[in-house]
Ligand binder design. Structure first.
Ligand code: C2O
Ligand code: CU
Length: 535
């Protein structure tokens, strides 16, 4: 029997020091998930917004142009709250969806029209965010896009208000749910918290042929947790020292789906396709429906899976995407609530809330006589990469460094700073195995830019021994990647006490990219390293 990814990861909590640091105590929501400093919020009173599809400024079959402005605006997140100040693309949070066909080259001019002062406290001690650089900087990265280095949004390639970043996206990759978001050095967590993220969908003829639910039945869901104050404004915690506001992780008291707190969606009794994106800074979700209703996962980060995988619980780490089909037929008159069961921090943290995300109400009549969509048993050809194809194995250690008073103060890959010389320099066209050794108590979602990889396995090791001698001594058998993780991935969750292995076929335009932890607080405190794709 093959274990699901949830089963594999559930048994991974390793007995580390079980202390609840002060920054987490401050973020836990003891008053219950519905109250905001005394303001009662009624769940499921706002309809789910669906981000609009952006129209290109110049349209064409082979190429398209877009001009996208980033600005500050107000948007309502709940019926009973005044509008919230956000930063976003084209005046919406999440930004409008860019939907393109495979093979169509897309040129985007990203215009920074943001104010010159940040709304959230910048920590000038973080690398690249010192007082020597402008406070507001922005650079857009297309997460999951196979692009050239100069269009990838390198963290230092930021532009200031009044300037623009130009990118070219070739879209020579299979149909997939990608997303664009800010990536500016040292303030990525703050820019994303303010709202700088949106969907980017690639479609292709192979996918069209499958007759998956489409049009109004194909809905992206961006899941983002936020803490709102009584006036409905974004609140982001600050550390104990005023000159060092960085906090190791952010867990909000409320979850927004497509920019709304606890929205509802009226659905027909038929199949829907939901492209779920965890666009939260740090929170991992473990989703399920009440009453029980399975998710049929058909795709992950890099596109369709080989075949559908039926799950009752869906695990989604920051930046991961799960393309799922949910069948509401036979459920007329029912309400299904999307719940979250993951503790924060994941997997061994103490705070559970918020527990629910949104509600689906099966109350619209079928628009057609019958639902003609299908879930084919074969979705895509995913050649399994063989370990023997790898020319190199690199072992990476994920580390958290504490101060004497047990405050987390830096998170690093291989103990190296972002500015340290490049050590990862794969040859274009070669295949490598990367092993992520995680002796910390957190699960870290590790992301590589510009390529997709396959998950191999996870294996427990002796953490105490590793602490003493740096050796990796395995204590269990390796557990192979679960079926829902066996497609193309760009972000892989690395549980504590385990070595997570992926196999990476490096191919693209040579140059400098980055790889990093996608918990944005970690990324901003240098859990990020460059890699050089050698031509
Ligand atoms: Cu989604 Cu380097 O980022
Ligand atoms: Cu991390």
């Amino acid at each position: 029997m093959k274990l699901t990814r949830r089963q594999i990861l559930a048994g991974c909590g390793f007995a580390g020091a079980a202390l609840l640091p002060s920054y987490l105590a401050a973020q836990s929501d003891e008053a219950g998930p519905n109250t905001l400093s005394g303001v009662w919020l009624e769940p499921f009173v706002d309809p789910l917004p669906v981000p609009r599809i952006l129209t290109p400024t110049v349209d064409g079959l082979e190429s398209q142009r877009y001009a996208i402005g980033m600005s500050e605006f107000q948007q309502k997140v709940h019926r009973d709250l005044p509008p919230t100040t956000f930063w976003g693309y084209e005046g919406s949070m999440p930004g409008p969806t860019i939907a393109v066909r495979r093979g169509c080259t897309v040129h985007v001019e990203w215009r920074n029209q943001l104010p010159s002062q940040h709304r959230l406290a910048v920590d000038h001690n973080l690398s690249g965010a010192g007082t020597d650089v402008p406070e507001v900087r922005a650079v857009v990265h297309l997460h999951g896009g196979h692009v050239a280095p100069d269009s990838d949004g390198y963290p230092d390639d930021w532009v200031t208000p009044g300037a623009a970043q130009k990118t070219v996206y070739p879209n020579q990759q299979p149909a997939a749910t990608l997303f664009y978001h800010d990536h500016a050095m040292g303030i990525t967590r703050l820019n994303n918290m303010m709202g700088l993220a949106g969907f980017y969908l690639i479609r292709d003829p192979e996918e069209d042929q499958l007759r998956l639910p489409s049009g109004p039945y194909d809905i992206p869901l961006a899941i983002q947790d936020r803490t709102l104050d009584a006036r409905g404004q974004l609140a982001y915690p600050v550390g104990p020292a005023t000159d060092a506001p960085w906090v190791p992780e952010f867990f909000g008291t409320h979850v927004l789906v497509n920019g709304r707190v606890w929205p509802f969606l009226n659905v027909e009794p038929r199949r829907y396709r939901f492209r779920m994106l965890n666009a939260s800074n740090s929170r991992v979700y473990e989703l399920s429906f009440v009453p029980e209703q399975p998710f049929v996962q058909i795709g992950s980060d890099g596109g369709l899976l080989a075949g559908p995988v039926t799950l009752n619980r869906l695990l989604l780490a920051p930046a991961e995407r799960a393309d799922v089909i949910v069948d509401f037929s036979g459920r007329e008159g029912h309400r299904l609530t999307l719940m979250n069961h993951a503790p924060a921090p994941y997997p061994s943290g103490g705070t559970l809330s918020p527990r629910f995300l949104m509600q689906f109400r099966v109350r619209r009549p079928l628009a057609a006589i019958a639902d003609t969509s299908e879930i084919p048993t074969r979705l895509a050809d995913i050649p399994r990469l063989q370990e023997s194809a790898a020319v190199k194995t690199r072992r990476h250690t994920l580390r958290e460094y504490m101060t004497a008073d047990a405050r987390l103060h830096r998170v690093l890959l291989n103990g190296m700073r972002f500015s340290d010389p490049i050590t990862e320099d794969p040859l274009n066209g070669s295949t490598e195995i990367w092993e992520f050794v995680n002796p910390t108590i957190d699960a870290h979602p590790i992301h590589l830019h510009a390529i997709h990889f396959q998950s191999l396995d996870r294996r427990r090791f002796d953490v105490r021994r590793h602490e003493r001698t740096s050796e990796v001594v395995y204590t269990r058998q390796a557990i192979p990647a679960a079926p829902e993780e066996s497609g193309w991935k760009d972000t892989i969750l690395c549980p504590p006490g385990q070595v997570t292995r992926v196999i990476i076929p490096f191919k693209g335009t040579p140059g400098k990219f980055v790889w990093h932890c996608h918990m944005l607080e970690h990324e901003d405190n240098e859990m990020m390293r460059p890699y050089l794709l050698q031509g």
